[in-house]
Design a protein around this ligand. Sequence first.
Ligand code: MAN
Length: 347
Amino acid sequence: MDIATRFKENPLLRPADLQPGIEGMEITCLLNPGVCRMNGKSWLLLRVAERPKQQEGMISFPLYNDRGEIEIMHFNQDDPRLDASDPRVIRYRGQDYLTTLSYLRWVYSEDDIHFQEDPAYPPIYGKGALESFGIEDCRIATMDDGFYLTYTEVSPVAVGVGMIITRDGRELRRKGMIFPPHNKDCALFEEKINNHYYALHRPSSPELGGNYIWIAESPDRIHWGNHRCIAVTREGSWDSARVGAGGPPIKTDEGWLEIYHGADSDHRYCLGALLLDLQDPSKVLARSVDPIMEPTAPYEQTGFFGNVVFTNGHHRDGDRLTIYYGASDEVICGARFSISEILNSLT
Ligand code: MAN
């Protein structure tokens, strides 16, 4: 059952609302923002995906070359060596490429609904060989000593999780790859539990196993160990093909509540919830049988990649949870939940 109350202003942001960040490109998609409160304002760290204007019969997209400069790749659409059946990824002679280049961009709001840019907060672009296909889907953990950004680093050799620490959103301390490939969807717990830091992450195991949610511990948030698998995909269900953590786990009296995404083999992305033990978050106490949110609105069903609702950030005010989410991999939306209603829906 869908228990989300969507903002009537949805979509809150569309690609045409911002100017491209990279010269000569256009914005194709706005996706999956990280969320925090900073300087008394509400901030989203958007994933912005850009590519050049597409010419008839061609597929063109940017990447960073060895010198860190933007280079445009062009492929002929009817080249038999090209597999372009997925709008997000193409395969050419055994090599995968992304059809857009993503980076992260701050927008802020005074009312949680209308967002705008502040030129004092520059975009965060990928840097170095492990980010040459861009950076994506940032989670923000708000901790005593700063904001911890965990995001997907994409390059020809890997998809892994990178970390940046910042106190003000402007001065960035890049920590490199904290979860090696293939890994994404990393959400840090915002406080220590029994003197350990914890993170949810999503390795993919291609032979045995699958795309499952794992938990890990760390003394410092950079070095991670004691990995355990806590949630697997469920055959025949809405989350049969992949599951991955959303934003930082939410502390409730009943346990840590984690909103996660699940997809089936048709790549239909819905949201569900997991409840984890307060003292030992590797213990799953309850999990949604049915999604708490499904792509039902027109902007969630059609777009760059339709039938997707995907969240990786929220604000919590008492019982009210405001999630921000990417719809159809193209526009940014908001929705509200009651935390107690989510908890009551779990079995
Ligand atoms: C998947 C999708 C894309 C993303 C790539 C790389 O194909 O989530 O949106 O760009 O993975 O992370």
